[in-house]
Design a protein around this ligand. Sequence first.
Ligand SMILES: [Zn+2]
Length: 159
Amino acid sequence: MSTLTVDSPLLERALAAVATVDDPEIPGVSIVDLGLLETITTTDEGHISIGLIPTFSGCPALAMIASDVEAAVAALPGVEAVTVSWLTAPVWDIERVTSEARTTMATDLTVAVRIGTGPTPCPRCGSPTVEQSEFGPSRCRAVHRCESCREVVEVMRDR
Ligand SMILES: [Zn+2]
């Protein structure tokens, strides 16, 4: 993530702590790998300030993610205070998800990542999938079905 500057040992530990937080709806995938972490700074000694960007505004997991991040960082030695805020800019887009996270989602969770406007390929067989409902179990994801292997696929998207 090119915008992140981690220039102190405390910030390095704080970043590592944030990276232990998974998206509650995508177990096993760190919010850092999902591209949610935008800024991490120390405003003064021992005060960590973290800026996150939401994957989809109104996603009900946001409050849980913020409190998980706060708890993980607050537990570090040398940290006196933690501020977690949701930024309104930049807008999250699917390109922020690392390729490792995309692979984990596809193989472990049958969650596909839609890039661009073409059909989303099935994580199992690569065939095009067809949208079944605009909103899946989470507002962040739609539900598709593979035309070839009939797998039900959740699709993460940025709009
Ligand atoms: Zn398939």
